[in-house]
Design a protein. Structure first.
Length: 384
């Protein structure tokens, strides 16, 4: 089954129309966000109905990913005007609901409620899980799929030292402590296969925890801007192809946006995560790396991969918890260059369950004033 990112994004659009604007305003005022069970008409599993709306849709992405499905494999008309998310007309949707309950039961009765079994545990990208081992695999290379929860390497370099090495590779704690803001500009590509020509990217960041990534499409202005904004408290995502595809993130994606905003100022990396530990060494793109894992709010897990030779952070994977499996988001960093005594990755790839965005920076300006509106609700903020 071919995964179709465009279809999934069209789904987001519909979702945004479904979410009442009054609810969003309430959330911005600090009221409790509405649950999926309250917002949607036919969400009945005890596992999913208490989730925030964005985590619920994230869980849909986790299920789709585990079976190499897209939304239309369980929802009739998904990706087209006639989409109906509510009906249970497709046997796959009915089966999926049973599977959600089954997974919850397995975890409750065997693992004390810990999320040990997920859709991926059995499906591994297949509609029907394989039941027998292929002998070619038995005598072939070992299965090296890593565990998400990184086991501690008792002989690994202490996490503190790995982070110190990273800080000094970037220019040292002293130089980093003087970084109060930056504006990075460049290009975006690789995200949306159907559109030729990349976007124009601007990344705004202000110490300690504000960050906005804004992508515009000068050659296809009708697409609108794509924005991820976090103002230190409230987070927004604005999707490109939609008329009003703007929504506030209230679930694990909010924690993820905060993390990336904080790590934009790497001098504070030691304070951002708890329970830091070193895993066994690994490789990323052929380079030997140190592996460090830490925890964030609401069960978020974060794995950081540092190049053993240069000390640079080359990969970050953050995992937001849902009852059907974790929502993975990955950022790969490359091409570190010096800007006024501090190294910045001029190249990075942002991958999530619904697509990929590659960024190539041309310029980074440090310690510049930034209009605070840039970090707020995208439609009210300035455009680039
Ligand atoms: C493997 C099947 C499966 C896939 C793939 C899937 N869904 Fe679902 N979807 C479900 C099930 C099952 C429910 C009901 C969950 C419940 O009752 O708790 C549901 C419910 C929904 C609802 C709530 C509708 C309402 O008002 O009741 C929305 C919205 C939704 N899905 C969106 C999506 C999107 C967007 C995608 C693609 C990213 C997607 N789904 C992919 C199985 C699936
Ligand atoms: C313990 C293993 C296991 C887990 C965990 C599991 N499944 Fe399944 N699933 C199966 C098996 C086995 C089948 C095939 C059943 C059959 O062919 O009758 C299946 C079939 C399905 C089908 C029907 C596919 C078809 O061909 O029509 C859907 C949809 C599905 N699973 C969704 C899910 C979702 C979503 C999750 C996570 C919430 C999940 N499954 C978790 C074992 C599992």
């Amino acid at each position: 089954m071919q995964k179709n990112f465009v279809l999934i994004s069209a789904a987001w659009l519909t979702l945004c129309i479904a979410a009442p604007p009054a609810g969003r305003a309430q959330e911005a005022n600090g009221a409790k966000p509405k649950t999926a069970g309250e917002v949607f008409k036919n969400v009945t599993t005890s596992s999913l109905k208490g989730l925030t709306v964005d985590d619920f849709i994230g869980a849909m992405g986790v299920m789709a990913g585990a079976l190499a499905y897209d939304c239309s494999n369980c929802h009739p008309g998904a990706g087209f005007d006639g989409v109906n998310w509510v009906v249970d007309s497709m046997p796959t949707k009915v089966m999926a609901r049973r599977m959600i309950e089954m997974v919850a039961t397995i975890n409750k009765s065997n693992f004390g409620g810990a999320q040990m079994v997920t859709c991926w545990t059995c499906h591994r990208g297949q509609e029907k899980p394989a039941t027998e081992l292929q002998l070619d695999k038995l005598y072939g290379p070992p299965n090296d799929e890593p565990e998400t929860v990184v086991p501690r390497d008792p002989r690994g370099m202490p996490a503190d030292q790995i982070l110190d090495k990273y800080i000094s590779a970037l220019g040292g704690a002293e130089a980093l402590s003087k970084l109060t803001s930056f504006i990075a500009t460049g290009t975006q590509n690789g995200g949306y296969e159907r559109v030729s020509g990349g976007g124009k990217a601007s990344i705004y960041a202000k110490f300690p925890d504000q960050r906005t990534v804004l992508v515009s499409f000068p050659e296809a202005a009708q697409r609108g801007n794509q924005t991820r904004a976090y103002d230190g408290k409230v987070g927004w995502i604005n999707t490109p192809r939609s008329v009003l595809g703007e929504y506030q993130v209230t679930g694990t994606e909010l924690d993820g946006e905060r993390l990336e905003a904080e790590l934009a100022f790497p001098g504070q990396i030691k304070q951002v995560l708890t329970n830091l530990r070193t895993g066994y060494d690994d490789t990323v793109n052929g380079k030997a790396v140190h592996v460090v894992q830490g925890a964030g709010p609401r069960g978020m897990l974060v794995t950081l991969y540092f190049d053993k030779q240069t000390g640079y952070l080359v990969r970050l994977i953050r995992y937001g918890k849902t009852p059907v499996g974790r929502i993975s988001t990955q950022v790969d960093y490359d091409d570190y260059r010096d800007v006024n005594g501090i190294k910045f990755p001029f190249k990075f790839m942002f991958s999530w369950l619904d697509g990929r965005d590659g960024f190539q920076l041309d310029e980074v300006k440090t310690n510049v004033p930034i209009d605070p509106a840039v970090f707020g609700r995208p439609r009210k903020a300035v455009k680039n």
